[in-house]
Design a protein around this ligand. Structure first.
Ligand SMILES: [Fe+2]
Length: 238
């Protein structure tokens, strides 16, 4: 049956993420992901994205490197960003790292003081597109956007701190400024502290798929050394 179990659907709705049982293969993973909505093209233009460490990309803190990724939401430069993300584990890291980590932005916002909450809801910033193409623009949105269909949380601790989605590019010319200045840098610090204290860490079992609500959950990934690690990522619009 190519639909998610009622238990998985309930977990996804109640706590913002769920882990499936081991799946038979890519076809079942794609079918289950599709049962939540429409698969949308990712930065490569493809409906699936292979996550695998690439030798030679050690300096770039993106999905191709083995560095830890800082907390973020996926594709915040899209309007709306993909509602759900799904990671189907093809080869699990055996080095003790490579966990996917999640924390609930609702709890983060609920714990904010009034001034920070106003800042998060009212200060718009420019979220660039992941695609480095002059024809593809990002959007001006606040960190917490209220829409008719629900609240959309956006975060990139790296973007707030450095003005760029990727770190470790010190040598790159034309380094950006933090888009929301000192207040944005302080916000990123709060988000990092919240994430450190409230995250759940999931080492996705081989063949299983982790699904989360990308409008609600922040995610990151711990560093790893086992470069056999491989996952297939899906972006899903609902
Ligand atoms: Fe991500």
């Amino acid at each position: 049956m190519n639909v998610l179990s009622p238990e998985t659907v309930r977990e996804l709705s109640e706590r913002g993420y769920a882990l499936t049982r081991p799946l038979s293969g890519p076809d079942e993973a794609a079918a289950l992901a599709s049962s939540l909505g429409t698969l949308v093209p990712q930065s490569t233009g493809e409906l699936t994205y292979d996550i695998q460490a690439h030798p030679g990309f050690e300096k770039v803190r993106d999905t191709r490197s083995a560095h830890a990724l800082r907390p973020h939401t996926e594709a915040p430069g899209q309007h709306p960003p993909p509602r759900y993300l799904a990671l189907h584990c093809r080869v699990q890291a055996t080095c003790g790292g490579g966990q996917t980590m999640l924390a609930d932005a609702r709890a983060f916002v609920a714990g904010m003081d009034e001034r920070t909450r106003r800042f998060a809801h009212e200060r718009e910033m420019y979220w660039p597109s992941y695609v480095e193409d002059a024809g593809v623009k990002g959007h001006h949105k606040p960190l917490v956007e209220r829409t008719e269909r629900g609240t959309i949380n956006r975060l990139s601790c790296t973007l707030l701190r450095t003005g760029d989605y990727s770190e470790g590019l010190e040598e790159r010319a034309g380094r950006q400024e933090p888009p929301l200045g000192d207040e944005g840098v302080a916000f990123a610090r709060q988000a990092l502290d919240f994430f450190r204290d409230h995250k759940v860490s999931v080492l996705i079992p081989e063949d299983a798929m982790l699904i989360w609500d990308n409008h609600r959950m922040f995610h990151s990934r711990s560093s790893f050394t086992d470069t056999r690690r491989r996952l297939t990522r899906y972006w899903i619009a609902d």
